[in-house]
Design a protein around this ligand. Sequence first.
Ligand code: CTP
Length: 401
Amino acid sequence: MSVSGKKILIAVSGGIAAYKIHFLIRDFVKKGADVQVIMTPDAEQFVTKLSLSTLSKKPVYSDFYGENGTWNSHVELALWADVMVVAPCTANTLSKMVHGMCDNLVIATYMSAKCPVLIAPAMDLDMYVHPSTKKNLELAESFGHTIIPAESGELASGLIGQGRMAEPSTIYNVVEKYFQEELHSNNFEGKTFLITAGPTYEAIDPVRFIGNHSSGKMGFSLAEEAAKRGAKVILISGPSAQTIIDPNVDVYRVTSAKEMLAKVFEFYDKIDIGIASAAVADYAPKEVAKEKIKKNDENLTIELVKNPDILKTMGEKKKHQFLVGFALETQNEEENAKGKLAKKNLDMIVLNSLRDEGAGFKNDTNKIKIFTKTEKVEFDLKSKDDVARDILNFVESQLLK
Ligand code: CTP
């Protein structure tokens, strides 16, 4: 997915990081974006219009008044853009933006813009941590703008700390991600998801249980992403510290596999897409002791009986539903995953191998492979939020077939 054909307005303000903007412009243009650069009068002290216009292949504006008595319309520039990127954004420009101090072309254009605004601050470390900058960044965020945080490192002053503008490649990725999200937004409108998440706890006695290390993060990320794309989500979670506040997500908390099964089938007929990301305990104690078990005996044996397989039951009762399962494997990964795809009557299965570093339960990252009956797609190690995006992009592509 690229930025091809997108109209990107880059506003450069007067900081030494302005020299890095050339790389960003070059990368956008190389990928087919239409780039328009504007700059504050001070930015001209750091970079030239000639170099910026050579790379962007367009005139660069820093003033309301063009040559031969023409007028550079900030309104036209603002309405033209699909996205506005203010980079580098100095403390001064940031302050003017959030307080409406409209004394140059960049601020006038910003105040006329209806498109999303991304801000990459750059300043010395004491300025970056100053309460006024913090407040201004908070204000910018409260306006709905995206802040691309400054990075740590050596600063032009010779000091070392946070304040360096994010690398052009980071800014590029944020912009690209924005367009990806826009592409997928509302594509699940009218669809209902049911997602299982987290571990289940199977009681041994009133104080003990059999459980596992699942954090629930993957399921919550999936719920959040599906809701962001317009879906209504029923999230059924075992004990998990994760929370979610989204009017499109109804969260039901359960404890055991049996409770999860019962909750799933309260909704199953009404859902379009079912994703089972829960790490359901396969076995539960046959009897739950009524009182706390005392440590009287040298050995203790607890008889376990198989829990219901929630996803398999969903597969058996499948009508119109599109079903997605997970497989967490340590050996014969692909074979086992494909086996579960068939055995549980699924449309796709997401494999994470515990052999891959950073994948699985406790990490914030995951590395997955997706299988359908005919396809296999491999993904890089990513944050669970990004993995959720990949999974839902895949679901979307399957539903469109
Ligand atoms: N699953 C489920 N109910 C169970 C067990 C698993 O709904 N009682 C779902 C999981 O949410 C996951 C898929 O089935 O989507 C596969 O889970 P996994 O633990 O990998 O496999 P199992 O079927 O339990 O098989 P095994 O533990 O023998 O590998």
